[in-house]
Design a protein around this ligand. Structure first.
Ligand code: NAD
Ligand code: TYD
Length: 351
């Protein structure tokens, strides 16, 4: 991409989006970065205070499912690039409210594609869709997802992301829109809303609350440091081949219960608690409906073709992540007051 481009990042006030926005604003002063976010429960402008006054940054509050608003925004700015992260992103919420996921993730993506087709730079630009490895379904003990693994989504969340991936693919094939898609494994790091496993358990350990492990805790996830994901997005945006898909993973598989024990150990040390105190909080609860057993990503294509690799050792990354939450208790308190309490009650009481 050339200089002086207008880049729209959607969902830039969320967890991964805020890391992507920060990276692009700092690394590419020659780009005008627009961050479009509805500021749902998961979107938080406190995630971006360090760059909010940067000369190449503009925040726009808006909803990707608002067709008229999106068309007007694209007509006005004629974006060269779109990096699309806005989504409903939590599997447990997709079990509670599937239609919200259908609307935001499928309809919202299609509305953005349509606006980019009409008003975007389709001759020399890029529509980059950020997706998940969950579209591939679940693995047994062996094997990893590759880019050609057939889609087999199991949750309303992954079904909605799979569908949005297909719309992106169809706009490339049918209309010639320049697109790229990446499918990433579970992210961890600073500024993650405490509904997902790692920040939820950090918050609960800090507050001496039960740690609700679903089922027997034997499910496996491949964890990637969020800054490594943001760097992969940068590399794919600039060097990825149009029409291609890239898998992004940490090569870092953990059984949930082993990860929870590691978190308890690190938190005991950091909070100067007696060894093995926090693990007493572990409580096995009813399993998640349709719970995928294992995810594991093969990132060979991204590593060999575009030269990316994960940079952070997991124990160091997890330790840094815990430090961030413990040093930002006000952030944690702000996001866990209000509506969070109600969600927590619905999700975890009577389980
Ligand atoms: P998040 O829930 O933290 O943030 C989502 C952001 O999207 C929020 O800022 C929210 O306000 C915004 N948003 C939601 N609905 C919107 C709408 N209708 N219009 C405009 N903005 C809206 O999510 P995240 O974990 O940062 O995930 C970002 C993207 O990465 C998602 O597309 C997700 O599917 C994908 N992804 C996430 C992970 C992960 O581990 N978190 C892994 C792989 C892929
Ligand atoms: P999560 O962070 O929700 O990510 P995803 O479901 O998208 O992989 O969950 C990670 C794993 O942790 C998953 O196997 C479900 C499990 N889990 C629990 O055991 N307890 C919890 O309270 C949560 C939120 C997740």
């Amino acid at each position: 991409m050339n200089n002086q481009k207008k880049i729209l990042i959607t969902g830039g006030a969320g967890f991964i989006g805020s890391h992507v926005v920060r990276r692009f604003v700092k690394e590419y002063p020659q780009y005008s970065i627009f961050n479009l976010d509805k500021l749902t429960y998961a979107g938080n402008l406190e995630n971006l205070t360090d760059i909010e006054n940067a000369p190449n940054y503009t925040f726009v509050k808006g909803d990707i499912t608002d067709e008229v608003f999106i068309a007007e925004l694209f007509e006005k700015h004629k974006f060269d690039g779109v990096i699309h992260l806005a989504a409903e992103s939590h599997v447990d919420r997709s079990i509670l409210f599937p239609l919200e996921f259908l609307k935001t993730n499928i309809l919202g993506t299609a509305i953005l594609l349509e606006a980019f087709k009409k008003f975007g730079n389709i001759s020399n630009g890029l529509f980059y869709h950020i997706s998940t490895d969950e579209v591939y379904g679940e693995l047994e003990n062996e094997g990893k997802f590759v880019e050609t693994t057939p889609y087999s989504p199991n949750s309303p969340y992954s079904a909605s992301k799979a569908s949005s991936d297909h719309f992106v693919r169809a706009y490339h094939r049918t209309f010639g829109i320049p697109v790229v898609v990446s499918n990433c494994s579970n992210n961890y790091g600073s500024h993650q809303f405490p509904e997902k496993l790692i920040p939820l358990f950090i918050n609960n350990i800090q507050n001496n609350l039960p740690l609700p492990v679903y089922g027997k805790g034997v499910n496996v996830r491949d964890w990637l440091w969020v800054e490594d994901h943001a760097r992969a997005i940068d590399v794919i945006f600039h060097k990825g081949k149009i029409g291609e898909t890239y898998n992004i993973g940490g090569n870092n598989e953990w059984k949930n219960i082993d990860l929870v024990h590691l978190m308890c150990k690190l938190m005991d040390e950091k909070l100067a608690r007696k060894p093995h105190s926090s693990e007493k909080l572990i409580t096995y609860v009813k399993d998640r409906a349709g719970h995928d057993f294992r995810y594991a990503i093969d990132s060979t294509k991204l590593m060999t073709e575009l030269g990316w690799k994960p940079s952070v050792n997991f124990e160091q990354g997890l330790s840094k992540t815990i430090d961030w939450y413990l040093n930002n208790l006000q952030w944690l308190n702000n996001v866990t007051s209000g509506a969070y309490k109600n969600y927590y009650k619905v999700q975890y009481s009577n389980r």
